[in-house]
Ligand binder design. Sequence first.
Ligand code: HEC
Length: 282
Amino acid sequence: MIVSSALRRILPTLVTVAAMLVAAPTNAAPEDDRGAMVRMFQSRFPGVPLDDYVYGGLMFNAAARRHYEDIMAFPPFEPDLDRGKALWETPFRNGRTYADCLPDGGRMIAGRYPTYDAQAKRLVTFEMLLNDCRSNNGEAAYRFDDRDTMGVLTAYARSLSDGMRMDIRVDSPEALARYESGKALFHRRIGQMNFSCANCHVTNAGKIMRMETVSPALGQATHFPVFRGGDSLYTLHARYTRCMQQVRAQPFAMGSDAFNDLEYFHSYLSNGLPLKASVYRR
Ligand code: HEC
């Protein structure tokens, strides 16, 4: 076999890289991505504790943060949480409940989702898990874009995991493929404005845009749904939709594979950060 000298020079490297790809735990690449992002933000915003990234744009502004704490002491969206709790507690027609159906009764689990289900060969979000409970108990699934059902249900159900730390796993080649697809979406320039998620939430994080401080991607996935203006419920996919509309891109459907992949990558970035669902945003 004739091997060019250039190829001969890089061949040992190629072999080593191939061996690493086979041997390395699948989490390795995502862990590198997350570590790089944490280091980048920490050098750009020195002194901000990592846990403060869950406050999004509020982490840059002490007065806005106090205003947030005041609102959170008596949240105007309490009625929505009550409606979500009522849905959560109402038994299915067969008498079973979400708590019977979900792992650990649905407590301290939201931070593990999305997760890749190797048996079913699909990525499962927390909202899909809730819908699985419904389907498996003979009830119709909720629409992922329906604020009055899935919206308020997830606002309450996710709050049962408040304080848990995000713990997303990417532990198979199939899972990694979904993660990589989400990562590609995050970096792809879209819409008439030709912006990627990263252009705003990495490069321009901390800057003011449309009178709002742009939040860093790190920490964003920890606190959904949010109540914008105190009463307008946005699930994570609804927020993705809003951002895509802002750059005049055609949004993906809520609950679509594309948004699920994006959520997988996006949530992985927040690994280790504390969850707190249902918070106020401007
Ligand atoms: C043109 C800039 C821009 C682009 C592009 C953009 N966003 Fe946003 N995004 C914003 C602004 C402004 C806000 C409101 C202020 C904030 O909380 O960051 C926001 C808010 C968010 C929030 C809510 C943060 C919170 O704590 O409430 C999430 C999550 C988010 N964006 C994700 C994304 C994702 C994912 C993409 C890519 C599909 C994206 N954004 C694209 C500007 C952008």
